[in-house]
Design a protein around this ligand. Structure first.
Ligand SMILES: [Zn+2]
Length: 405
């Protein structure tokens, strides 16, 4: 943990000279799917680019899952994330596979990587809780096996009524086993999909204020403004964190539209302005739902500020909260998180002199520190560009900071 902050600290400690660059508390990814990561093209590619085709392809792929297959792919992805400064992640484990191999695999990954990155697992009923009689039982069994949070996907249930009932069941299990709620909620362009209000209302009724995260919430993009205004107030009161996944939803949403095409992302700017906690997720890397990604939350943030138009100077300066402090609030570890004495020493030494540069250049961090130990280090490549002012090759990275402010 951070024991002291200041100049000329105790001798004997390893010194990292950041040369005036910024240090951030570790980045946090609040929504990811480690079980499906890096399976793209196996058994086939998603040609329509829709959520639904992604779910179909995954249903085929998950029949041949094994623990070692998951450990190997998830480990690869986690190492990429650590290299880019992520020190904590919340992943989903699909629990509609009757063998629960996803849960076994991810519990093993969590343990194996525990000193490198904190992994929280959510039991995620990908195909719905009530669409098959076995699914509810599997969800509860996954929680008994030791996952951290209870998931849901009400917009995939067959009817509105089943969607509401699935939320009720998720809260029942969460309360029974004292787990937090981490749902996929309203990930559709259907403006009639209004499960988020039900989730928020249960958070209040079940005494779960501050213990609920709702991922995606893309239908919110299409709600009318009067309803959205009501929803902001309810979400704030319920202490629900909205987790937006801009890389994936800018790709998957609006696929049934012609033009103008909707962007299909939760209203990040308005939620923040109305006092709702918002965090971000990478969601996927090279799987049936998303063909790209490099495990970099700054890249996720880059997409978020563009799609959400959080591009004023002050908005950009504060944007890093979406992948740091707001996420810590979601995990309810705010008192142990940050750059302050007594906080856990999860730190990222960025190759940038301020937040704007970090977002503009998206460079790999120089160092990543987990609980006081270096877990990633990076030597920036020596780029040499011909400078006509003096006819010499120079490294543009050494001309930092690029703006004099
Ligand atoms: Zn997801």
């Amino acid at each position: 943990m951070i024991s002291e902050i200041g100049a000329n600290l105790k001798d004997g400690a390893e010194v990292i000279d950041a040369g005036g660059r910024i240090v951030s508390p570790g980045f946090m990814d609040m929504h990811f799917h480690l079980d499906s990561v890096l399976t793209m093209g196996d058994p086939r590619y998603n040609e329509s680019g829709t959520l639904l085709e992604g779910i179909e392809i995954w249903a085929e792929r998950k029949r041949k899952l094994s623990v070692s297959d998951i450990v190997q792919r998830a480990g690869k992805a986690l190492r990429l994330m650590v290299a880019h400064g992520t020190t904590a992640i919340r992943t989903h484990a699909d629990v509609t596979d009757p063998t629960l191999t996803t849960v076994k695999g991810l519990l093993e990954v969590k343990k194996l990587y525990q000193n490198i990155i904190d992994v929280q697992i959510t039991a995620f009923p990908q195909d719905g809780i009530l669409t098959d009689p076995a699914n509810l039982e599997l969800l509860e069994k996954a929680v008994e096996m030791g996952v951290d949070n209870v998931g849901m996907i009400p917009h995939i249930e067959h009817t509105r009524e089943d969607g509401v009932k699935s939320i009720e069941e998720a809260f029942r299990i969460a309360k029974t086993y004292d787990r937090d709620i981490d749902g996929h909620v309203d990930e559709t362009d259907d403006e009639q999909s209004r499960f988020l209000e039900v989730v928020a209302s249960y958070a209040i009724k079940e005494n779960y204020v501050g213990r609920v995260a709702a991922g995606h919430c893309t239908a919110m993009h299409s709600y009318n403004d009067a309803y959205a205004a009501k929803l902001y107030r309810l979400l704030k009161k319920a202490g629900v964190t909205v987790v937006a996944n801009p890389l994936i939803n800018i790709h998957l949403q609006g696929r049934f539209d012609t033009y103008p095409k909707r962007r299909g992302m939760a209203r990040v700017k308005e939620l923040l302005n109305n006092g709702v906690n918002v965090a971000l997720g990478h969601d996927c890397i090279m799987d049936p739902w998303y063909p790209l990604g490099r495990g970099d939350m700054v890249q996720v943030l880059f997409m978020a500020v563009h799609v959400g138009q959080l591009m004023s100077y002050s908005e950009l300066k504060q944007a890093f909260n979406l992948i740091t402090y707001n996420a810590a609030k979601t995990l309810r570890i705010g008192d142990k998180y940050g750059i302050k004495v007594g906080a856990q020493a999860d730190l990222v030494v960025l190759d940038a002199f301020d937040e704007l540069e970090a977002l503009a250049f998206q460079r790999t961090p120089l160092y990543v520190i987990k609980r006081g130990r270096i877990v990633s280090k990076n030597t920036p490549e020596e780029t040499q560009v011909l400078n006509p002012e003096n006819n010499q090759f120079t490294n543009p990275r050494k001309e930092q900071p690029i703006l004099r402010r």
